[in-house]
Design a protein around this ligand. Structure first.
Ligand SMILES: Cc1cc2nc3c(=O)[nH]c(=O)nc-3n(C[C@H](O)[C@H](O)[C@H](O)COP(=O)(O)OP(=O)(O)OC[C@H]3O[C@@H](n4cnc5c(N)ncnc54)[C@H](O)[C@@H]3O)c2cc1C
Length: 516
């Protein structure tokens, strides 16, 4: 039976836990394992079995000993990619912790290199199936934990000064998990757009949960578009990624006339940073009116062996990458910003932690360096788990009160259409204002189902992306403004957004209401 969670309506079930983790990707499971090892009664919620972690292709960026690599070099590459907005202390802390992974597993690693890295430091598995192996290993390690699939976190409950629980929807209706420690590990928000490399559950839920609990979100205008997502005229939702390692191995980007897409755009040509290549493709498509460009990978030897995931995705779409160029377009891929945390995953609300793609530690700044996200999820996830366990013991067991949960939402099709049209690879003020006008049509919605929660989260996430993108009147990292094509040194500061009591959003500095 399901029941609306509005007003003072009762709930269908209530339970207690020391620590509740929301998410079963790399960050959630790393956190849950760490909390469990500290002796905490840990419950892990997931609305689905699919994670972005599973789909990771490239690998994990790690500095290994006895190589020519150093923590300083990895920090340097990360900070350069972040275009002036990384928190260098956070980067140092996370990269240095990642460099200890090998201590428990010495051996010979097959390292590769990706865009922006000055060394071969990307650990990978199964050719281009790294994420599947990471997910498999974590699932195996977490097999004895209390993991509950098809459980949707609808609301973080708090008493104004600390977390008291989580409101959850499942097959038994609406329930409350009373707890003093909650870890958001809900992943990204790629489904703000009509097509994305992200799995179906990447709908910005953690962003919405945090904002509604009074926690600010930072750097959210920096959404990384991967230049090469497999194109299909009728394709929407999750679309296969065509890894940039193909370009590293010699594949070239051409338009329908056979002209190079990146010649004259950047000295590194097709291997320029992701945002540069994505913007070059977007510009070429506008110029020619074509629907896609092509990645010609026919020169790569033993293609099927090195890139089994890409080969399978192409074959599913009726393309043989060994004899045909692959049709590609830029696709929404990664949220560089998110819920503001320190490097231990702590947010401004005592008892609320965040880790993985949903969080903003300061590691990625304005642009994430390839393969740094699995690293961040593992390191900060583990730390957040330990912190949450410690907090649970010091805070004791709270009794949560149910809070009203009627929110506004627009149907996701409209959000996705508007975001795709006005807040994609290149944005400008006219488009962003039209986006905000569209989002103003959002109507009250009582959250009962997963779909309700996701529509509400997508609508709120779209609002804050629009607000932050409008406020940043420059081009920096993966935020490209058509009307402000240059980087403005005076804007080398993060933009933060908070939720207002009436359900709107406002920029923290200056505190100007941006969406009506
Ligand atoms: C195609 C692809 C390739 C990539 N390749 C790489 C790579 O090579 N290297 C790299 O470092 N990064 C890569 N990334 C990025 C990286 O995979 C992700 O950033 C990372 O896996 C995110 O992990 P996470 O634990 O934060 O979230 P996810 O793995 O996405 O897990 C999110 C979890 O939260 C749950 N959830 C969400 N909302 C709710 C809710 N309301 N209630 C309950 N549960 C909820 C979901 O069900 C899921 O279990 C890639 C991403 C994609 C999409």
């Amino acid at each position: 039976m399901t029941r609306a969670c509005g007003g003072s309506a009762g709930v269908d079930w209530q339970q207690r836990a020391d620590v509740v983790v929301i998410g079963t990707g790399v960050a959630g499971l790393a956190a849950a394992l760490a909390a469990h090892r500290r002796g905490s009664r840990t419950v892990v919620l997931s609305k689905a079995t699919e994670t972005a972690t599973f789909y990771a292709q490239g690998g994990i960026a790690v500095v290994l000993p006895f190589t020519d690599d150093t923590v300083e070099a990895h920090v340097h590459d990360t900070v350069i990619a972040g275009a002036g907005l990384c928190d260098e202390d956070a980067v140092c802390s996370i990269v240095a912790d990642g460099a200890r992974f090998d201590e428990s597993a010495p051996g010979q690693w097959a390292l590769t290199r990706e865009g922006g890295h000055s060394r071969r430091r990307i650990m990978h598995a199964g050719g281009d199936a790294t994420g599947a192996e990471v997910q498999r290993a974590l699932d195996h390690a977490a097999a004895t934990l209390d993991i509950r699939h098809n459980h949707v976190a609808l609301e973080i409950l708090h008493d104004g000064s600390a977390v008291t629980g989580v409101l959850v929807g499942n097959a038994d209706g609406i329930g409350v998990l009373h707890t003093s420690s909650v870890i958001l590990a809900t992943g990204g928000l790629g489904h703000l757009y009509s097509a994305t490399t992200n799995p179906a559950g990447s709908t910005g839920d953690g962003i919405a949960l945090a904002l509604r609990a009074g926690v600010d979100v930072t750097d959210i205008e920096f959404i990384q578009f991967h230049p090469t997502m497999l194109f299909d005229r009728n394709g929407s939702g999750r679309r296969p990624l065509i890894t940039e390692a193909l370009r590293g191995e010699g594949a070239v980007l051409r338009d329908a006339r056979g002209e190079s897409v990146t010649a004259g755009v950047h000295p590194m040509g097709d291997l320029a940073p992701r945002d540069v290549v994505a913007a070059a493709i977007e510009a070429r498509l506008r110029e020619t009116g074509d629907e896609c460009v092509f990645l010609d990978a026919r020169s790569i030897e033993r293609f099927g062996e090195r890139f089994p995931t890409v080969t399978a995705a192409c074959r599913d779409a009726g393309i043989d990458p060994m004899s045909q160029p692959i049709p590609v377009v830029p696709g929404a891929h990664y949220s560089c910003g998110g819920v503001g945390t320190d490097v231990y995953g702590r947010t401004a609300l005592p008892g609320l932690f965040a880790a993985g793609e949903v969080a903003r530690t300061g590691m990625h700044g304005a642009n994430r360096l390839a393969s740094n996200s699995l690293l961040e999820g593992l390191v900060v996830g583990g730390r957040a788990g330990r912190e949450a366990a410690g907090h649970a013991y010091s805070a004791g067991a709270p009794m949560a009160k149910i809070q009203p949960a009627q929110r506004v939402a627009l149907d996701r099709g409209r959000v996705q259409q508007a975001m795709t049209r006005w807040a994609s690879v290149v944005r400008d003020a006219d488009g962003l204002n039209l986006l905000i006008d569209t989002l103003d049509d959002a109507a009250p919605r009582t959250m009962v189902t997963r779909a309700d929660m996701e529509d509400v989260a997508l609508t709120l996430s779209a609002r804050i992306v629009a607000a932050a993108a409008l406020a940043r009147t420059e081009t920096r990292g993966c935020h490209h403004r058509g009307d402000f094509p240059d980087t403005d040194p005076a804007q080398a500061v993060p933009v933060s957004v908070h939720g207002t009591v009436d359900g709107g959003v406002a920029l923290v500095e200056p505190a100007v209401p941006v969406a009506r």
